[in-house]
Write a protein that binds this ligand. Structure first.
Ligand code: ADP
Ligand code: ADP
Ligand code: ZN
Length: 218
């Protein structure tokens, strides 16, 4: 299965991806995670990306596209993958289409996680992430058992630099302007499947699974 998770910041893409890649045994390709890892490692890519991320802007298309293209040629993607947070612009979607056409590996489906704007603000400002394993929590909606400690690996939970109210507002604006048009883009291709992301985490998961189970072995 070659799947894209689409949706605004805070929709629950990372949360669902964590569960889906376990269930279907797929590599999880998150461009946000790739950039955060590069920042942590102090690479040139990290330096470039950080400038944009701190402002709540998108990293330039050419940079993102070349990273994803390279990632999709790695052997672990041969049996499929889950793309989380990519594509985020029409130019990225078109570059991905061209690349997949060349590889003769069409997308299986695009899952759009739909959540109202008011809810996103609270989700993002309350988000906490594990420094150890990257697991995602929420101080109110999905708290860890022990405060600031990851249930899965015991790592420390932190708040992302870009999860402040000001940057979140900017990211939501960028989403509406640059990413939301992709809903129509994939609808036209006949591969979009929207789920109601306002439900409980487990309910959203079940809805996605119901859709994806049709494609197991494809
Ligand atoms: P995204 O990757 O789309 O930005 P995340 O998966 O990081 O979103 O989720 C954003 C925040 O919302 C996290 O703190 C997460 O724990 C919380 N969250 C995710 N899904 C739900 C849900 N269905 N209901 C309530 N909170 C959720
Ligand atoms: P979110 O919770 O907003 O979905 P991500 O972790 O996916 O967050 O992305 C964090 C930041 O990384 C974005 O605000 C953007 O600056 C950068 N980024 C991630 N993916 C892309 C992409 N496909 N194109 C451009 N910038 C990206
Ligand atoms: Zn952890």
């Amino acid at each position: 299965m070659r799947i894209i998770l689409l949706g605004p910041p805070g929709a629950g893409k990372g949360t669902q991806a964590e569960r889906l890649v376990k269930k279907y045994n797929l590599p999880h390709i998150s461009t946000g995670d790739i950039f955060r890892a590069a920042i942590k490692a102090g690479t040139e890519l990290g330096k470039q990306a950080k400038e944009y991320m701190d402002r709540g802007e998108l990293v330039p298309d050419d940079l993102v596209v070349s990273i994803v293209k390279a990632r999709l040629t790695e052997p672990d993607t041969a049996g499929g993958y889950l793309l989380d947070g990519f594509p985020r612009t029409k130019a990225q979607a078109e570059a991905l289409d061209a690349s997949l056409q060349e590889l003769n590996t069409p997308l299986t489906g695009v899952i759009n996680i739909d959540v109202a704007q008011e809810e996103l603000l609270e989700r993002l400002t309350g988000r906490r992430v594990c420094r150890g394993c990257g697991a995602t929590y929420h101080i109110k909606f999905n708290p860890s058992t022990v405060r600031s400690v990851c249930d899965k690996c015991g790592g420390e939970l932190y708040q992302r630099d870009d999860d402040t109210i000001e940057t979140v507002k900017q990211r939501l604006e960028v989403y509406h302007r640059q990413t939301e048009p992709l809903i129509a883009y994939y609808q036209q291709q006949g591969i979009l499947h929207s789920v109601d992301g306002a439900q409980e985490i487990d309910e959203v998961f079940q809805e996605i699974v119901q859709f994806l189970d049709k494609f197991v072995n494809s």
